[in-house]
Design a protein around this ligand. Structure first.
Ligand code: AP5
Length: 221
């Protein structure tokens, strides 16, 4: 079992690569962003609280997101021992500590962290053009990956949406949250020798090739 984290700023392409990696390597993909949006879309009591933070581009408080993640891992581990692919978690040092403790309960650990390295002005362009299928979570981009069905999802025909937090003000806030609260994790993982840098400015298929090569070495090892 090899548990992987995808770490990097908003819009670096973590979700795009996670979709490809889970197909090829049969990972369980855990995106805290998707889990949070699910609660918000379903207008649950929890979703209403989460929206107050995420629509503004702020990180959700650690205690809330850790509960969500704990549930997700417990559900997965109830009937599967497949490797986990974390996308968007952890994002603070406290989340990292809690994840280590959670995995320890299953005699597991974090094996590798792929750091998506990219310039800020590139991610701003990527995020402002992103469109999302609210039903099947497929990620599009108005310029680099438009849907063949125009404003609708080419897979399920649902109308595509722009995320609330993909508006300029929220994008700036998310980048600031990333710089202040998430970047300390880079040093932590680099010092543990599990950080692997990926050039996230390349084309999606090139990044996927790099990740696959790195993963193949890791899985062989
Ligand atoms: P989350 O959904 O995790 O958002 P994020 O980390 O900000 O990441 P994104 O989904 O915006 O970007 P991505 O790196 O996945 O890029 P993508 O592949 O989509 O979190 C949202 C919110 O939830 C947070 O702000 C917070 O409020 C809350 N939250 C979530 N987790 C939390 C946590 N752990 N703690 C606290 N709060 C939490 O690509 C972006 C666009 O670029 C797409 O249009 C895509 O088509 C395009 N693209 C992708 N790759 C390329 C490429 N190589 N070249 C050109 N275009 C590309």
């Amino acid at each position: 079992m090899t548990n992987i984290i995808l770490l990097g700023p908003p819009g670096a392409g973590k979700g795009t690569q996670a979709t490809l990696l889970k197909e090829k390597y049969k990972f369980h993909h855990i995106s805290t962003g998707d889990l949070i949006r699910y609660e918000i879309q379903n207008n649950t009591i929890l979703g209403k609280k989460l929206k107050e933070f995420s629509s503004k581009g702020l990180l959700v408080p650690d205690s809330m997101v850790i509960d969500i993640l704990k549930n997700a891992i417990e559900n997965i581990r109830y009937n599967s021992d497949r490797s986990l692919l974390f996308d968007g978690f952890p994002r603070t040092v406290e989340q990292h500590k809690q994840l280590e403790l959670l995995l320890k309960d299953y005699n597991e650990k974090i094996d590798c962290v792929f750091y998506f390295k990219i310039e800020e002005d590139v991610v701003v362009k990527r995020l402002s053009g992103r469109r999302l299928c609210p039903k099947c979570n497929i990620i599009y981009h108005i310029e680099t990956k438009p849907s063949k069905a125009g404003m609708y999802c080419e897979q399920c025909n649902e109308k595509l949406i722009q995320r609330d937090d993909d508006k300029e003000k929220a994008i700036r806030e998310r980048l600031s949250e990333y710089n202040n609260k998430t970047t300390p994790l880079l040093k932590l993982y680099r010092d543990s020798y599990i950080l692997v840098e990926v050039d996230a400015s390349k084309k999606p298929e090139e990044i996927f090739k790099d990740l696959s090569n790195k993963l193949t070495n890791l899985l062989d090892y």
